[in-house]
Design a protein around this ligand. Structure first.
Ligand code: ZN
Length: 69
């Protein structure tokens, strides 16, 4: 599926790894176990983004790591 801008959140990667990122639709905190796809195509420190499906509202959105290159 195509991810539009409204489905993007930009966070620091360590916050995502600590489940400190809220779903933009319902506010449930999400983290690595809800990733459906990692984006590995930008070196040298992949992944720079991940697609996440919220476990509560089932919305899918993209998490961009703001500290990625
Ligand atoms: Zn949600």
């Amino acid at each position: 599926m195509t991810i539009d801008q409204g489905r993007r959140v930009r966070v620091e990667r360590h916050r995502f790894l600590r489940y400190a990122v809220a779903c933009p639709f319902c506010g449930t905190t999400v983290g690595p176990r809800f990733v459906t796809r990692e984006h590995l195509d930008v070196p040298p420190n992949p992944p720079y983004a991940a697609t996440v499906r919220c476990p509560k509202c089932r919305e899918e959105f993209e998490v961009l790591f703001s500290d990625a290159p």
